[in-house]
Design a protein around this ligand. Structure first.
Ligand SMILES: Nc1ncnc2c1ncn2[C@@H]1O[C@H](COP(=O)(O)OP(=O)(O)O)[C@@H](O)[C@H]1O
Ligand SMILES: [Mg+2]
Length: 247
């Protein structure tokens, strides 16, 4: 695949080279190629829309960039203020620091600890970054309101919330602290109109402040105004042990 270079000349945040991921399905004696030899660049304030059919490897790419998965080959050079780090090879401790400070992953699912109030769940990233508790709570409530979470629910536990309400708490938490790189995996799937609009408004603001984003969207028309480039992932190939391509 040709290298997709950012045209704007924005300073680079991420440079992906030859990135490949496969899953060995030992029980089936098959190799499943999620994606092969991906090359692209993402600069400050740029937005890449990731497209492809179900099973094309979109979530796998985002998880590989977040380093929930290790790639089979290739590099994902992430530019920090201190220097460049290859997300494909970095130590787990370095990845943990990046996840706290610089790289955010936004899905539709909330992974909330039990018996923590919604407003505390949302305020936590700010508190970890050093914002005083009272100030972080004010900001958290502002974001809960923006995403349409009813005021009565702010001090309640998200584990008791409906799926849609949990999604809104999740988005407020994921987007409260601007990061340098945001990975978005269908964050709007099954959200109502208010929350979708609040999300797009927040992404617009983050993009303007220089946050780089790559994401999959259930309703790509929502983010049409933000897209700088698109990456199309093709459906996977499966190879059986005799090296015959099955699909
Ligand atoms: N942990 C895993 N182990 C084995 N196969 C996986 C794993 N994660 C994803 N896959 C497979 O990789 C392919 C791509 O999945 P995914 O990235 O979730 O697709 P998309 O997000 O584009 O719908 C699918 O065929 C899926 O079953
Ligand atoms: Mg997916």
């Amino acid at each position: 695949m040709d290298m997709q270079v950012s045209k704007s000349g924005a300073s680079p945040v991420l440079r992906v080279e030859g990135l490949s991921k496969q899953f060995e399905m030992h029980h089936l004696r098959r190799t499943l190629y999620a994606f092969e030899d991906l090359n692209f660049e993402l600069g400050e304030g740029e937005f890449i829309l990731l497209k492809g059919e179900n099973g094309a490897g979109k979530s796998t790419l985002l998880r590989t960039l977040y380093r929930s998965y290790r790639p089979r080959a290739g590099h994902a050079f992430y530019h920090t203020k201190e220097g460049v780090i290859d997300l494909a090879a970095a130590a787990d401790v370095d990845i943990a620091v990046l996840r706290r400070r610089e790289i955010g992953f936004v899905t539709q699912f909330l992974n909330a600890r039990p018996r923590v109030a919604a407003e505390e769940v949302v305020a936590e990233p700010l508190r970890l970054a050093g914002t005083p508790h009272a100030e972080a709570l004010v900001e958290a409530r502002r974001w809960l309101a923006a995403f349409g979470v009813k005021k009565q629910l702010w001090p309640a536990y998200p584990s008791t919330f409906s799926g849609g309400e949990q999604q809104k708490v999740n988005l407020a938490r994921a987007l409260i602290l601007p990061q340098r790189l945001l990975l978005l995996d269908e964050p709007t799937a099954s959200l109502d109109h208010t929350a979708r609009k609040a999300l797009v408004d927040r992404l617009t603001e983050l993009k303007a402040s220089g946050v780089a984003m790559i994401g999959v969207f259930h309703h790509p028309e929502d983010v049409a105004g933000l897209i700088d480039r698109e990456i199309h992932l093709k459906a996977i190939k499966i190879e059986d042990e005799a090296d015959n391509v099955v699909q």
